[in-house]
Design a protein around this ligand. Structure first.
Ligand code: SF4
Length: 274
């Protein structure tokens, strides 16, 4: 039994090393296309980052930005958000979509932080390691591993990997995930294969590539700098998977709204966005 377990542990370690070895060349190729990506400090304080991330769940960035700006315009402090009538808060954040879910969720999260910390302040997370900070946040009501990792990565620069739909799709097509891995499990698998200093660039570059080239439902493999390294593309060549034709007008490569979010944009009414 013990021998079987250790064989399986050795196999997992070998898979992790293989993934790790593949990631370096992928990141180099993507940085050649999209430029170097370095975390340049927090764009928001941690509580703002958490609330913005809740507002961004299942909606376009432009909508969550509007809702966040409306929230900050209406309420001067997080205490005021916490004590606001829930119906009123839902109306304020309605432009962000799913407001009847997100309004109560924001208040529940703020209430839990206040109860745990004695104040609406998350600076204690700066003293924790990435995993501990992520687990702390993921224990808050309605906060999953992606939201927790986003806050830890963007507010503190700690190496927690958020896996959104783009990161997951690109990683899966590139063969970085075992078959049938779901999004929740992919956080740990990818994070374990990354050097801590590569987590931010991996996240940003994979999102960018997933939006511009390795799109859903079909990737534009003809525009991809990773095709020589990609098992999905091998299947395309054999006629076993589908790719989209190269469009007449190629993606501009210009940063889009989301990239502003990733690279230092901060909403009005926050310490970084005045
Ligand atoms: S070759 Fe195609 S499937 Fe593979 S990463 Fe590039 S765009 Fe995605």
């Amino acid at each position: 039994m013990a021998a079987r377990r250790s064989a399986s542990a050795r196999s997992l370690a070998a898979q992790r090393r293989a993934r790790h070895g593949r990631i370096g060349p992928l990141l180099e190729a993507l940085e050649e296309r999209y430029g170097p990506q370095v975390w340049s400090g927090p764009r928001l304080d941690p509580v703002s980052e958490l609330v913005l991330t809740i507002l961004s769940q299942n909606t376009a960035d432009v909508n969550s930005h509007r809702a966040f700006t409306a929230l900050r315009d209406r309420y001067p402090t997080w205490e005021a958000v916490l004590s606001a009538p829930t119906d009123e808060l839902v109306e304020v954040i309605r432009p962000g979509g799913l407001a009847p879910t997100k309004g109560p969720r924001i208040q529940a999260v703020l209430a839990e932080i206040a109860a745990e910390r004695g104040a609406l302040d998350l600076s204690v997370l700066s003293e924790m390691g990435a995993r501990e900070a992520r687990d702390w946040l993921a224990a808050l009501p309605g906060i999953g591993p992606k939201t927790a990792a986003l806050v830890v990565l963007f507010a503190f620069g700690k190496p927690a990997l958020p896996v959104d739909t783009h990161v997951y799709r690109v990683a899966w097509r590139l063969g970085l995930l075992p078959p049938k891995t779901d999004v929740a499990a992919s956080h740990d698998i990818l994070e374990a294969a990354l050097d801590p200093e590569d987590v931010y660039r991996f996240h940003v570059l994979f999102i960018r590539h997933g939006r511009d080239v390795c799109r859903a439902p079909r990737p534009i493999c003809g525009l991809c700098p990773l095709s020589a390294l990609c098992p999905y593309y091998q299947r395309v060549l054999k006629g076993k998977a589908k790719a989209a034709p190269v469009p007449r007008k190629a993606p501009s490569g210009e940063p889009r709204y989301h990239d502003e979010l990733l690279h230092g944009w901060a909403p009005r009414g926050t310490s970084a966005g005045r």
